[in-house]
Write a protein that binds this ligand. Structure first.
Ligand SMILES: Cc1cc2nc3c(=O)[nH]c(=O)nc-3n(C[C@H](O)[C@H](O)[C@H](O)COP(=O)(O)OP(=O)(O)OC[C@H]3O[C@@H](n4cnc5c(N)ncnc54)[C@H](O)[C@@H]3O)c2cc1C
Length: 307
């Protein structure tokens, strides 16, 4: 196993008290247009600020939405994962991209719109916004990135960092294996499908596994989720996960990591995990959900960003 050398990063060049001003230069739907789960690709121009060329993929950019909450307090900062590669969107170091889902929820018959995500998605080209960052120190590709294989697990906008990481790995000419497991409810919710399908066509060592939870059914009638890919696609994943120089990255919905860890343990891929405490049984199939959540933690080969 090669040493995992993480890059030095600059953090918080701009804070909420003294944010930078960026300009929106790109804003388009990056799922199918017909999806009710609207996700948009946004690009910010940070020219003339200290943020040019400073974001590494895996880090996040902070956004300060204008206005105040119902108590009159200024809205708080929200973080968004950078989805452009280190050299910038389209190779331009002053352009930083992210992938934003319009957050909304109905509670007791009242419909609430998320403040910052809808503010961002409503922005028009040329609009200015206040941004902070970079944020995040560990969720990064190693400097010696070509020495590893990768399995990326994403749900929803958890795809954001992997778009940039996949671009970087293949631009660097990686010959090792890279697999992306992406989970979403319907096929119309696939994010960046054109880019990912093209990458799969172009590169034999890139594997794009789609887990569609509300359309497809497994043989036993249960649903496909990112974690079930470990059991459902052993043909692709077992050989990669069995290699000593493979790293796992997880990004998306909080809670998704526990199912992934449990299924890794069930298939004997313990190198990605650390046991905190002693489970009652030696057989991972016997572990309760409580044990899984409490005891299975990521090892140094596992990177996790869930929100
Ligand atoms: C490290 C990190 C990276 C992230 N990366 C991304 C990313 O790449 N893309 C992305 O889209 N998000 C990302 N997020 C999440 C993002 O920061 C925001 O949390 C998200 O956009 C929702 O913020 P919002 O202001 O739109 O919603 P908020 O206004 O904060 O509301 C949150 C939810 O509560 C609901 N709500 C609002 N008011 C009420 C109420 N009174 N009662 C009940 N429900 C209510 C809203 O509809 C919404 O669904 C990331 C978070 C972290 C921590």
């Amino acid at each position: 196993m090669p040493e995992i050398i993480l890059p030095e990063v600059e953090m918080n060049i701009y804070s909420p008290k003294s944010p930078a001003e960026a300009t929106l230069v790109e804003n388009y739907v990056c799922t199918a247009e017909s999806s009710p789960n609207i996700i948009r690709h946004l690009t910010f121009d940070v020219s003339g600020t200290g943020l040019e060329g400073k974001f590494k993929v895996g880090q996040s950019i902070g956004v300060l939405p204008p206005g105040a909450d119902e108590k009159g307090k200024a809205h708080k900062l929200r973080l968004y994962s950078v989805s452009s590669p280190e050299k910038g969107e389209g190779g331009k170091k002053h352009l930083v991209s992210t992938t934003v889902k319009r957050a909304n929820e109905e509670v007791d018959g009242t419909f609430y719109l998320g403040v910052c995500s809808n503010y961002l998605c409503n922005l028009k080209l040329g609009d200015k916004l206040k941004v902070t960052g970079p944020s995040g120190r560990r969720y990064l590709l190693p400097v010696n990135k070509e020495e590893f294989n990768y399995v990326f697990f994403a749900t929803g906008t958890g795809i954001a960092p992997f778009r940039g990481m996949i671009m970087e790995l293949f631009e660097a000419g990686i010959t090792n294996e890279v697999a992306l497991v992406f989970g979403c409810p319907y096929r119309t919710d696939l994010i960046y499908p054109k880019f990912l399908n093209e990458m799969e066509e172009k590169h034999e060592n890139f594997h794009y596994i789609k887990m569609i939870s509300r359309e497809d059914r497994r043989d036993d009638g249960s649903k496909y989720y990112v974690q079930t890919a470990i059991e459902d696609r052993p043909d692709i994943l077992d050989p990669i996960l069995s290699k000593e120089n493979t790293l796992i990255y997880i990004c998306g919905m909080k809670g998704m990591e526990s199912g992934i860890y449990h299924n890794l343990a069930k298939r004997g891929h313990m190198g990605y995990l650390r046991l905190k405490g002693q489970p009652e049984s030696d057989d991972p199939n016997q572990w309760s959900w409580e044990e899984v959540k409490k005891m299975l933690k990521p090892s140094e080969r596992t990177f996790e960003e869930v929100y």
